[in-house]
Design a protein around this ligand. Structure first.
Ligand SMILES: Nc1nc2c(ncn2[C@@H]2O[C@H](COP(=O)(O)OP(=O)(O)O)[C@@H](O)[C@H]2O)c(=O)[nH]1
Ligand SMILES: Nc1nc2c(ncn2[C@@H]2O[C@H](COP(=O)(O)OP(=O)(O)O)[C@@H](O)[C@H]2O)c(=O)[nH]1
Lengths: 300, 300
């Protein structure tokens, strides 16, 4: 089983932390203090490519501080994880540089090129005689991180979503949603959904099956209605008001619990991405998104 | 007395709310529900220019969503407020559009032009025979809003600070700092100060006087060390754990109190800007920043 997850976000929206929270990885290798570690970019334990060390990070950021023009890099980190006793080959395709420069024109382009490249790889493999069916590098889902401004999607957000939604299963999330009150989240979600609808952007929708019972239909419908998921990420354990050790963030005024559905939508994102609809994501990639790409390519 | 405050921020960093919190204004005119009202951009009660109504806001934002290129507007809102029994003419110079487009190249330029224009106005007035000394439109302070990423200042931030610090008293603030833990704030502040130092950016420093006692010297030093102030704004009253009605934001996991110094730096910003160093801000504008501009202009 493989899951190829494209993650697109401006720097500092908690992307690395969220990935680690989703896949239960902890960055703590014991050698550095936790706060600095979290700030080292996407780093999955045992991954086949690691980010620079902290000194490099500072040098790199000093370099980035000079950047006027957009320069988006594509970085793939792979690891194998155990989910429900099944071995899952997880690849996270990261896009550092997206939205971080002063001029971000066309910052979507290298990302769409990457998605197309992976479709092409699969197309070529399909045409070979002894193709290996386990080499599926196609992007199964794109997690797009929305800045929690509480107002509207920005031109950069809409521009990207319009470029990606017909190529990847698009799952937008509101990043660091602990910055928003429940009221603000509700208003923000309504506006985002309306903006996306007005631009005819299609979001991944958990499919319903003929044999589903009412409860399942209701669950998948309500999951879809929660998108964009208002997420919070944390691999730190903190003690909550009941005295249990939970994943969360500790503030002087309270503790937000990542796995608490009344605090944020993290559990719903995890359900959609991993525990309930992983197969559907791969299926739609293969039979809808890839098919569209393939037929367009062959009719050119 | 006048205070001309330039506020520079990307959309959605709580600028309108912070201004209203600083000057004790409430947007509630009773005719609209509070959440939507806060979202109507900078609007000071009784101000001489008001932002568009909510429908216009949606139309304007739809327009903004098309914006690829930076288009920064300069909007001045003036009002008279009572502070400590003294009448203060407050002007807030807002810069909608800054940092919001896909390409934000040179978005600092219209703002620096505005600061220069006001210096020129004063220069011309100085040369008149019957000049009125109360028409001081020069910018006394620039509040720059930093996105609370917890990483580093972005190219846009550094670029702007470098362009403005020799023309205005620069006071950077970390916006919506309730998104950061105390640890993250400490690390973030250190990095920001180092980056600004490396770029030789001068921040407004509360002056110390020969006759100051040790306590005053210590207070002004520690105020300076807190910059960039980690601020939170709110004009809503919420009930805190002690049962008092305080200004704050209510989350499922707790209540953050704006005027509580152990929750955020709002009271320190208010001290610096209004209650303690207002005169120093105007003084430095006149004798240091304006003088520099004037002598450069006259020697050209
Ligand atoms: N408030 C809040 N902060 C977060 C959240 N997730 C991560 N952070 C913090 O934001 C900072 C940047 O996180 P990181 O995952 O490195 O962001 P990235 O640059 O997008 O990869 C770190 O200090 C994190 O602890 C979240 O859900 N809410
Ligand atoms: N978490 C947090 N939210 C804030 C803060 N100040 C304002 N907001 C919210 O952020 C949203 C945008 O605020 P607004 O003042 O209109 O931002 P502006 O676009 O920068 O003028 C509103 O929903 C506010 O309630 C703050 O200090 N912390």
């Amino acid at each position: 089983f493989s899951l190829n997850l494209l993650c697109v976000s401006q720097r500092g929206l908690g992307k690395s932390t969220l990935i680690n929270t989703l896949f239960n990885r902890n960055l703590d290798d014991g050698s550095k203090n936790k706060v600095e570690q979290k700030l080292e970019g996407l780093k999955i334990e045992g991954s086949s490519e690691t980010e620079a060390s902290r000194d490099d990070e500072e040098a790199q950021t000093a370099q980035e501080s000079e950047n006027v023009r957009s320069s988006v890099k594509i970085k793939t980190l792979s690891t194998t994880i155990e989910e429900n006793g099944v071995s899952l080959k997880l690849s996270v395709v990261d896009t550092p540089g997206f939205g971080d420069a002063i001029d971000n024109s066309d910052s979507w382009r290298p990302i769409v090129d990457e998605v197309n490249y992976r479709f092409d790889q699969y197309l070529d493999a399909e045409n070979k005689i002894n193709r290996s069916s386990e080499d599926d590098n196609r992007i199964h889902a794109c997690l797009y991180f929305i800045e929690p401004t509480a107002h509207y999607l920005k031109p950069l957000d809409l521009g990207f979503c319009k470029q990606i939604h017909e190529k990847c299963n698009l799952i937008p999330v509101i990043a660091k949603s602990d910055i928003l009150t429940e009221e603000e989240i509700a208003v923000f979600k309504r506006r985002i959904r309306k903006q996306l609808e007005d631009e005819n952007v299609v979001l991944f929708e958990p499919p319903q099956y003929a044999l589903d019972d009412q409860e399942t239909i209701h669950a998948s419908k309500s999951l879809y209605e929660k998108i964009p998921f208002a997420v919070v990420g944390s691999t730190d354990k903190v003690e909550n008001s009941k005295g249990s050790l939970v994943r969360g963030r500790s503030y002087p005024w309270g503790i937000i619990e990542v796995d608490n559905a009344s605090h944020c939508d993290f559990v719903y994102l995890r359900d959609l991405l991993i525990s309930q609809y992983l197969e559907e994501l791969r299926e739609r990639t293969n039979s809808v998104l890839y098919e569209k790409y393939r037929s367009e390519k062959l009719t050119k």
